[in-house]
Design a protein around this ligand. Structure first.
Ligand SMILES: Cc1cc2nc3c(=O)[nH]c(=O)nc-3n(C[C@H](O)[C@H](O)[C@H](O)COP(=O)(O)O)c2cc1C
Length: 331
């Protein structure tokens, strides 16, 4: 079975990628994930706030987009609580590159287009093969329209694109009025791919302590459905490569994401829960599934159920909705 996959200009042995998480920081685990069949590995994020903090500690000025950082500095994690300092992060990429032969994708996480993006150059020098840019943000300001936020996101991508020659994938949240429009704008700013999606971390409330409860739960396969819809809609848009992230726990989930239009699927929760053997199992079951349906390659299956060929994707989505709401015929 031909599993070869092209993603962000990289030739991958198969479409299974270890998603952004602390797994890449454990060199022994990274090697075992490679042996288990991972085709690439994404580093955990290096955060805008870490880089701004480092800049302030060095007595350097911060720029206008980062000024709001000063107001919330007290609420942020202290520098020691991050898994890796910026300098350790660059060094870890270099060590990971010496440890595994598969491509290593670095991850920067922030939301403003400022000096902190110069860190992308250090990631490139350290040997990263590509960059995942996670623009996690929650809009809370009623005076800022969607247009301003989307423009700023495009500026982040453009600034990173101008700083490095690395291919860039943007990890987005699903909450946009027109994701296809945003995708086009990001492609225009230099993005070569999209990672669908960021999981939106949703704090709970503890009724005993009346405090906000921060929790990081592993994902559930039900989360994949939102990804399938947008993979199918965005497949083929502006030549953007697509990665599914969120809810891929089995070969069946991976097959669905590929059919919808993903170039690669990223795995995190399933690997944290079951270890590298889960990757070997998913890879071999994916091969069996493809063979049983007489596909000769993963490319043949990819995008089969996307909306790339639909004459009116809007009408198709609306028709599906209407079908859902009609009671089954007793006919
Ligand atoms: C422990 C943990 C740490 C993570 N750290 C990061 C991170 O640093 N940057 C990032 O973009 N995503 C991070 N993620 C999100 C994952 O990359 C992924 O998008 C999410 O877990 C959904 O994929 P899954 O269903 O395979 O778990 C993290 C997830 C977990 C569980």
């Amino acid at each position: 079975m031909e599993l070869g996959t092209r993603y962000l200009g990289l030739d991958l042995e198969n479409p299974l990628v270890v998603g952004s998480s602390p797994m890449a920081c454990d060199l022994d685990l990274a090697r075992r994930l490679e042996d288990a069949g991972a085709a690439a590995i994404v580093m955990p994020s290096l955060f805008e706030e870490q880089l701004l903090g480092q800049q302030l500690e060095a007595g350097l000025p911060i720029d206008e987009p980062a000024a709001q950082f000063l107001g919330v500095r007290e609420q942020l994690p202290v520098p020691e609580s991050y898994a890796l300092s910026p300098d350790d992060y660059y060094e870890r990429i270099a060590r990971l590159k010496r440890t595994v032969a598969i491509p290593v994708i670095a991850s920067l996480n922030g939301h403003s287009a400022g000096y902190w993006l110069e860190a992308a150059g250090y990631l490139e020098s350290a040997g990263a093969d590509a960059l995942e840019l996670n623009v996690y943000r929650v809009a809370t300001d009623a005076t800022r329209p969607a247009e301003a936020i989307e423009r700023e996101t495009a500026e982040v991508v453009r600034a990173a694109h101008e700083a490095v020659r690395l291919p860039i994938a943007v990890k987005l949240s699903p909450f946009y009025t027109s994701l296809p429009h945003v995708a086009a704008r990001l492609a225009g700013a230099g993005a070569e791919g999209l990672v669908l999606f960021n999981r939106f971390y949703q704090p709970d409330i503890d009724l005993e302590t009346l405090a906000v409860e921060r929790q990081l739960a592993l994902s559930d396969p039900a989360e994949l459905l939102l990804r399938l819809r947008w993979l199918a809609i965005l497949r083929g848009h502006h030549g953007l490569a697509l990665a599914a992230s969120g809810g891929v726990h089995s070969a069946a989930d991976a097959a669905k994401a590929l059919l919808a239009g993903a170039d690669v699927v990223q795995l995190v929760s399933v690997l944290l829960r079951h270890g590298p053997t889960a990757l070997t199992r998913i890879r071999s079951e994916l091969v069996s599934w493809l063979a049983e349906r007489s596909f000769l390659s993963v490319d043949e299956a990819r995008g089969r159920l996307s909306l790339a060929g639909a004459t009116s994707p809007d009408a198709y989505e609306r028709a599906n909705y209407l079908h859902f709401l009609q009671p089954p015929s007793t006919g």
